[in-house]
Design a protein around this ligand. Structure first.
Ligand SMILES: C[S@@+](CC[C@H](N)C(=O)[O-])C[C@H]1O[C@@H](n2cnc3c(N)ncnc32)[C@H](O)[C@@H]1O
Length: 233
């Protein structure tokens, strides 16, 4: 990827995002927003956020969720964003690009470029398939290949943008118990693996390796942000 590569060490997704972009008074699209947690955080920081989620089960839950100032959650897909050309300050893919079908990844990134105004940004947050947390996930949900495909699509799309930064950091995934882990990963409607796979003995053994002295469970997850800017107008 053209652009600088930076290593920021242990952090959180929100701390990194806040350090890279000032979102106050910006209009943003959170693509593949899931339950909209990031959209709500960004709105609390003064942005106006449209969260787009294609999974019909999650989109229906979002319609029933309490409203939040500055946040609209809609059913839709990365490949067809409900926004005019050049109308948005920032587009964010939070752990969602590798979920877009491979054939649609490049069109989805071009679609993000379409809706961005001059001087706007594309922020792509992806987990790196390494570290202790990925080791626990891999037996039931190995995303190595789809994350590689997402990375290739990003590299191919970089020429649409004027500038790029690449930031690597590590987050900690913490769980009070194995039950909490199983409940979380069995309840994600956009994933296709079965709950039995999450509960398997192999996964449980890998999970137990993350037990801390305090009795909860902690796992390191490496993350990468690719931040692109469009040329100023
Ligand atoms: C790992 S979840 C991330 C959810 C949320 N952004 C977060 O960080 O918690 C991946 C999301 O990508 C969504 N997704 C899958 N295909 C998509 C597509 N074609 N366009 C947009 N989002 C998509 C899924 O429905 C899911 O909500």
């Amino acid at each position: 990827m053209p652009g600088d590569v930076e290593h920021w060490g242990r952090s959180t997704d929100l701390a990194v995002l806040s350090r890279l972009v000032e979102v106050r008074e910006l209009s943003l699209i959170d693509v593949g927003c899931g339950a909209g947690a990031l959209a709500r955080e960004l709105a609390a920081r003064g942005a106006t956020v449209l969260g787009v989620e294609p999974d019909p089960v999650q989109a229906a839950r979002n319609r029933e969720a309490p409203e939040a100032d500055g946040v609209t959650l809609a059913e839709g897909r990365a490949e067809s964003l409900p926004a005019d050309d050049g109308s948005v300050d920032g587009v964010i893919f939070g752990r969602s690009l590798h979920h877009v079908p491979q054939a649609a990844m490049r069109p989805a990134l071009a679609e993000a470029r379409r809706v961005l105004r001059s001087g706007g940004f594309l922020y792509v947050l992806e987990p790196v398939m390494e570290g202790a947390f990925s080791a626990v996930m891999k037996p039931f949900h190995d995303e190595t290949e789809v994350r590689r495909q997402a990375r290739e699509a990003l590299v191919d799309t970089a020429p649409l943008f004027a500038g790029a930064r690449e930031v690597h950091y590590e987050i900690e995934r913490r769980f009070a118990s194995h039950d909490e882990f199983v409940t979380l990963f069995s309840g994600l409607s956009y994933n296709s693996y079965g709950a039995d796979a999450v509960r398997s003995e192999t996964v449980k053994r890998l999970f137990e390796a993350g037990r801390t002295e305090a009795g909860d469970y902690a796992f390191e997850q490496p993350m990468r942000v690719d931040l692109f800017h469009t040329a100023p107008g």
